[in-house]
Design a protein around this ligand. Structure first.
Ligand SMILES: C[S@@+](CC[C@H](N)C(=O)[O-])C[C@H]1O[C@@H](n2cnc3c(N)ncnc32)[C@H](O)[C@@H]1O
Length: 189
């Protein structure tokens, strides 16, 4: 077993005891493949938890020579993620931010190639407002739980499907429902 697959297995085991709402291995692999496919160099993740999806991104970013910014508000899960990132030897591809996403996203400088929403569902509209102008043309926004939590994200879902800057695909039967939106307009100047 490689170092990374060992850490993935440890995170899954920890999640079985502590319930930290990590994505499934299938979704982890999907995120990894998307990041590789678009050669993402700058990824923003909202909702680190204990670092499972973050590690899939970091693995792709090692190949793409990029960096992940990931935000988590819970200090215990933040610390566990830090420990797993160190163990994986991918920590140098990751910047962890301890904070509350709606306030912290606007403070992070730069443009994104890929953004992943996996935190408080009713806040998605706030995350979207904060990132939409910072996503590059052909960049991706990926959102988990769009079927399982569709009522909580109703406002966000209605907003993005009607936004002419995005081409939106919703995979209702994949995992808990995954939205993949591609930015089709250039960044605002
Ligand atoms: C579904 S879990 C994330 C799972 C993680 N993406 C993974 O697959 O490994 C959601 C996490 O988002 C965090 N969270 C919720 N609302 C947040 C917010 N407003 N700002 C930062 N973190 C938040 C929660 O504490 C929780 O750990």
């Amino acid at each position: 077993m490689t170092k990374l697959s060992q850490v993935f297995a440890e995170i899954i085991e920890y999640n079985q005891k502590e319930l930290c709402w990590i994505v499934s291995p299938e979704l982890g692999k999907f995120l990894y493949k998307k990041a590789l496919a678009i050669k993402a160099k700058k990824i923003l993740e909202i909702g680190t938890s204990i670092g499972y999806s973050g590690l899939w991104f970091a693995w792709a970013l090692k190949k793409n020579h990029g960096i992940l910014y990931t935000i988590e508000s819970n200090k215990y899960r933040f610390a566990s993620a830090e420990k797993f990132f160190q163990k994986s030897r991918l920590a140098k591809y990751i910047v962890q931010i301890k904070g509350h996403a709606p306030e912290d996203i606007p403070r992070i400088k730069g443009k994104w190639d890929l953004v992943f929403f996996d935190a408080t569902k009713c806040e998605h509209i706030l995350y979207f407002q904060a990132i939409k102008d910072k996503l590059r043309k052909h960049g991706l926004l990926i959102v988990d739980n769009v079927e399982s939590h569709k009522e909580a994200m109703k406002n966000f879902l209605e907003t993005i499907v009607n936004d002419e800057n995005f081409e939106v695909n919703i995979f209702r039967d994949f995992d808990k429902g995954i939205l993949v939106a591609r930015k089709i307009k250039p960044l605002a100047t």
